[in-house]
Ligand binder design. Sequence first.
Ligand SMILES: Cc1cc2nc3c(=O)[nH]c(=O)nc-3n(C[C@H](O)[C@H](O)[C@H](O)COP(=O)(O)OP(=O)(O)OC[C@H]3O[C@@H](n4cnc5c(N)ncnc54)[C@H](O)[C@@H]3O)c2cc1C
Length: 363
Amino acid sequence: MSPMLDVAIVGAGLSGLSLAEKLQPYKSNIAVFEARDRCGGRILSELIPEQDFAVDLGPTWLWPADQPRISALAERLGLTLFPQWDRGNSLYQVSADAAPVTFVDTQTHAEARRVEGGCRRFIAGLLQRIQLDILHLGHRLQNLIDQGSHVDLVFLTEGTRLTYHARQVVLAVPPRLVAENISFEPALAPELLSLMRNTPTWMAGHAKAALVYPKAFWRQQGYSGNASAPYPSAILGEVYDACPATYGAGSLFGFCGLPAELRERYRDSLPALIVRQLVGLFGEAAATPQNLRIHDWSQEPFTSTALDRAPIFEHPVYGHRALQLDHWQDKLHFCGTETAGKSGGYMEGALEASDRVFTALTL
Ligand SMILES: Cc1cc2nc3c(=O)[nH]c(=O)nc-3n(C[C@H](O)[C@H](O)[C@H](O)COP(=O)(O)OP(=O)(O)OC[C@H]3O[C@@H](n4cnc5c(N)ncnc54)[C@H](O)[C@@H]3O)c2cc1C
């Protein structure tokens, strides 16, 4: 029988890792279990080796004016923040055939900041602060059993089922994934399961494309790099400058406008279609990116479910009280950004949630 854990945290995204960091001095025996073979969850920045900078394929921005926790974490980890580049003309295109119109927009990102080196720096910084032997990658939680004095956690790892035991369990996993992929004995109340299923995982149905060029030719032509293309056939609905903090290589990123089903259907053609769209916006210089990465979160089973394929158009209201309370007599807690009231969905919300669970576990 594996030793009894004080706290088992499931999910090594921002909320799970920040909770582990906070709990470490207070609990002697904690473990973090993660289904993927990497940490970070929705935080994913890919290093472009030739250019020595990282493009963010998950979150890009934080807003220090409204987000005290993520700003404080950036400061504590010694990260450098810099403003999103907005200088120059932005573009608006009503249809694929229409010439883009220029306008000056200083509001869209007025307070938004990026992290030098990419948001992965949050994860790398937290990993330096927690004992690495508490991390168990490649452990997918399948089943939780309330044994009265403790909880049994059944994982699938490399095709084998492994059982751990913990006095308290924190699910730092989006509620919808919990409802869809994890079974509970005894079963959770149908109302709670239905609430979790109806809580959309923020950005889970989206895809991002990042392109790298030798230099930011659009800046030299007086463009900010921002473009909006809100017509149904637009491959990228929004485009933004994604250059590194210190001027060097050029980079643009965009959110795919096509819904998940169409992205899947046209998957092989997407790179060429994206380049064609950018040539239409910024001219021939956009035709030859050195790198083009597309990351489709709707294809990631540890972020997205079939329910997330339906696009959402407004920021959902998060932080339902039932997801903030303890369950199974204080043995089961929900964490993760979708359980946060004020900043649910954002990185700030992941920290808001881990603060709440930390308080509950150390009272
Ligand atoms: C494309 C995109 C753009 C975004 N842009 C921004 C932005 O600009 N600013 C911002 O603040 N936020 C943004 N976000 C949201 C931000 O990424 C999230 O708020 C934050 O990363 C959530 O962290 P989390 O720990 O709550 O959840 P997650 O990062 O989803 O972590 C959950 C973890 O649980 C693991 N897991 C899932 N199922 C299991 C299982 N059965 N067993 C074990 N482990 C499991 C997952 O692999 C994952 O590592 C964006 C997200 C995306 C995808």
